[in-house]
Design a protein around this ligand. Structure first.
Ligand code: NAG
Ligand code: NAG
Ligand code: NAG
Ligand code: NAG
Ligand code: NAG
Ligand code: NAG
Ligand code: NAG
Length: 670
């Protein structure tokens, strides 16, 4: 059976399950005895075994990985450990000290690890004189030692992801007991996953995602479940299928005709219900429901599309739609392929190179073990690297497990799938274990702040400054209006504007970006951008709009013109009563003339005055108190390109009040 798997699932093939070695064993556990280590119960027909097994990684690099111990039942004669039932799937024993199974004082079966009860049958036992017996059909029963028909508990009533012959999926109407299957989380974590399959009170069998979304359903038509005629009453070649709905019970079950056949049904991590037969060499899947993996709800995660004919069958949607990359267990074992890098996992709509999933070791080589640091920020450090001449890269290594993870996903989901000349290009990423790295094209001229605030002996001339301003405006206009969802950057400031060799500006650092669906105008965020660039409504905590980027952009424009940071400096030169606060100064000068005095002195007056005045006006409009008064980024681009002419803006009152601690008293008082 050739199963197409998504990228992440194929990684799981390298994970092994460790089965205890066989030893002669009984089928019954009695009071006063314990089952531990590699000991096991074996059913009288030798078909099933019960004992402890571990999951863990066989990779040498994972010495520190915890191995989980489970009490479970598996096919005794199948060399590939295939658990069909697990007692403590949601509470594995993670300490390597051996847990044990005993009959406790009240007659229940319990799993103990270091004196703590990890799991218990918690049955209402009428007697403490009980025994646990593993039956030939794989059912583990807790029953009276003297009367074998007095059963207090049985594993068939608590199936995990597997339905063996004889298990009833459905309801005991008298007790309310509901037997259903729940998939595993993934191939090594046996805990409950997102898919379940059950029989509902209306007699319809359903498969659900997250207990809420039905992606498969079928009704028993008297002989078989609709759409699954191969599973019909009496006539199947291997098993007899039965549907019962009476006063006491509502269930579906099957019984195999030949006890020696090794067969089971499981709800796979892919969300498909699979019938599997052991051929003597390996498992063969004889039936999948739904038949196509793409019919399983959310099989590829949000924002990805499922293509039955493709391998891997999950891929990103096109055209700037968000894309979720499943990190899971990292890229170990990727040398699943001949090339140096693994295949791109994301393709953009232009059909050019997608973004690449790098191996950590390759990035270590490319950056010479992270030796050349380009900078550091709140989320991590950036290093220079080289893929192969002449491709120079900047590798951002994210710190801090949780925050880094979030920034990682937001970056991959934003610039990972959109491209614009004024947005920094994400080449790829690495997601191995808890390592998260992002790989960008390298920007030889660094970030804007290093050019406008600290002079390197060179000063950016006015034409370059104007070009940078237009570039950032175009990049933002694209983010706000050019993609299917509006992307709000949320942290526009000179440090996040990078410059390539010819000073083309590129917006970077999308770690705080917010996505605003086309049908929405506002979005709530608990994060805050950088002080000095924060729009007043954001400070006050109301839901935000793209206009917060417009505001920050206005502040950046002022800094580009003046070469000064926009922070407040209380100084003795405060003769005109409006403070030294740059935005207020600019507004004041605009209203009173004398705009040249705020232009960066390093330019020695070598500026295009018409452009300076235009940029000042635009900046002043961008930092208006009310969102509605600020232009959109499309309008900003039109102003900068000279297509429209901005009017004289009013004084931004909040900033003024902030600067001088009072209200504005000038001639242009609105
Ligand atoms: C986990 O199991 C593997 C394989 O059996 C073993 O090499 C490793 O030492 C175990 N790890 C721990 C922490 O016991
Ligand atoms: C594992 O068990 C040993 C022995 O009881 C104990 O010393 C150790 O602290 C335990 N480790 C954890 C992580 O529980
Ligand atoms: C089992 O129950 C009997 C009678 O109820 C009691 O005398 C005996 O102590 C119990 N045994 C244990 C191990 O608790
Ligand atoms: C054994 O248990 C069954 C079921 O509770 C009961 O019907 C039967 O009478 C019991 N047999 C004896 C000998 O106690
Ligand atoms: C799954 O369902 C729960 C409860 O109904 C809900 O809170 C949760 O958001 C759902 N998960 C997803 C990923 O939709
Ligand atoms: C199938 O199972 C039902 C219910 O268990 C039984 O009545 C019927 O005789 C079985 N049919 C065959 C062919 O075994
Ligand atoms: C900008 O980058 C180019 C190409 O690397 C370089 O030649 C130039 O010196 C840089 N300019 C500044 C001001 O750093």
């Amino acid at each position: 059976m050739h199963l197409l798997r998504p990228f992440v699932l194929s990684v799981l093939l390298f994970v092994t399950l460790h089965a205890p070695s066989p030893s002669a064993a009984a089928d019954t556990l009695r009071r006063g005895h314990a089952l531990a280590g590699s000991e096991k119960l074996v059913s009288a027909n030798a078909k099933f075994a019960l004992g402890f097994f571990q999951t863990g990684s066989s990779s040498s690099s994972s010495k520190n990985t915890l191995n989980y111990s489970y009490l479970g039942i598996w096919f005794n004669k199948v060399p590939v450990l295939t658990p069909v039932w697990t007692a403590n799937r949601d509470n594995p024993v993670s300490n390597f000290t051996s847990p044990e199974l005993i009959i406790s004082g009240d007659g229940n079966m319990v799993v103990l690890a270091q004196g703590t009860t990890i799991w218990s049958t918690r049955a209402n036992t009428a007697t403490n004189d009980t025994v646990a017996v593993l039956l030939g059909n794989g059912n583990l029963v807790l029953r009276s030692s003297s009367n074998s028909s007095l059963t207090f508990w049985e594993s068939f009533d608590y199936p995990t992801d597997t339905m063996l012959s004889g298990v009833k999926i459905g309801w005991n109407k008298a007790t309310g007991l509901n037997r259903r299957l729940v998939s595993r989380k993934n191939s090594i974590d046996l805990s409950s996953g997102v898919y379940s399959s059950r029989m509902d009170h209306d007699g319809v069998a359903r498969m659900l995602w997250n207990s809420s979304v039905v992606y498969w359903s079928s009704t028993w038509n008297g002989r078989f479940f609709s759409s699954v005629p191969e599973m019909s009453a009496g006539s199947g070649p291997i098993a007899n299928y039965t549907f019962v709905n009476n006063d006491q019970e509502l269930y579906f079950t099957y019984n195999i005709f030949d006890e020696s056949i090794i067969i089971h049904t499981r709800l796979h991590v892919s969300g498909q219900s699979q019938w599997r037969i052991w051929t003597g060499q390996d498992w063969m899947t004889v039936n999948n429901q739904p038949a196509h993996h793409c019919d399983v709800y959310a099989v590829c995660g949000p924002f990805m599309v499922c293509t039955s004919s493709a391998d891997p069958y999950c891929s990103c949607m096109h055209e700037g739609i968000l894309c979720e990359i499943t990190c899971g267990l990292g890229d170990r074992g990727q040398n699943r392929r001949n090339g140096k890098w693994s295949r791109p996992v994301v393709d953009n709509d232009k059909g050019s190179v997608g973004i690449i999933a790098f191996k950590y070791s390759d990035l270590q080589d490319a950056t010479k073990k992270f030796s050349e640091k380009l900078g550091a920020g709140g989320f991590g450090s950036v290093f220079k690297g080289c893929l192969s001449e002449p491709i120079v890269i900047a590798v951002k290594r994210l710190d801090g497990a949780r925050q880094g993870e979030k920034q990682f996903r937001v970056e991959v989901n934003s610039i990972g799938i959109i491209q614009h000349i004024n947005l920094v290009k994400l080449i790829g990423f690495c997601c191995e274990g808890d390592r998260r790295l992002l790989v960008y094209e390298h920007m030889p001229n660094g970030s804007l702040d290093s050019h406008i605030f600290e002079s390197y002996g060179t000063t950016l001339d006015w034409n370059i400054r104007y070009k940078i301003a237009i570039g950032v405006a175009r990049g933002l206009a694209y983010l706000h209006h050019g993609c299917r969802d509006c992307i709000i950057h949320c942290d526009i400031k000179p440090q996040n504007i990078l410059l390539d060799a010819s000073f083309v500006s590129k917006i970077a650092d999308f770690g705080m970006a917010k996505f605003l669906g086309r049908d929405f105008s506002h979005v709530v965020t608990t994060m805050r951008g950088t002080v000095g660039y924060l729009a007043p409504e954001w400070i006050s905590g109301t839901p935000i709009t793209p206009k917060i980027d417009v505001y920050s952009y206005g502040m950046v424009l002022l800094e580009i013109i003046s070469g000064k940071r926009n922070s407040i400096q209380h100084s003795s030169s405060d003769i005109e009563g409006q403070g030294d606060y740059l935005p207020v100064q600019v507004a004041h000068k605009l209203l009173h003339g004398d705009i040249l005095r705020i232009v960066d002195a390093n330019l020695h007056g070598e500026v295009n005055m018409e452009e300076v005045e235009r940029v000042c006006k635009i900046a002043c409009w961008c930092i208006q108190d009310r969102e509605l008064d600020r232009p959109t980024m499309i309008e900003v681009v039109q102003f900068l390109e000279g297509i429209c002419e901005p009017e004289i803006p009013p004084m931004p009152m909040l900033l003024y009040a902030f600067a001088v601690g009072g209200s504005y008293q000038g001639e242009c008082n609105m």
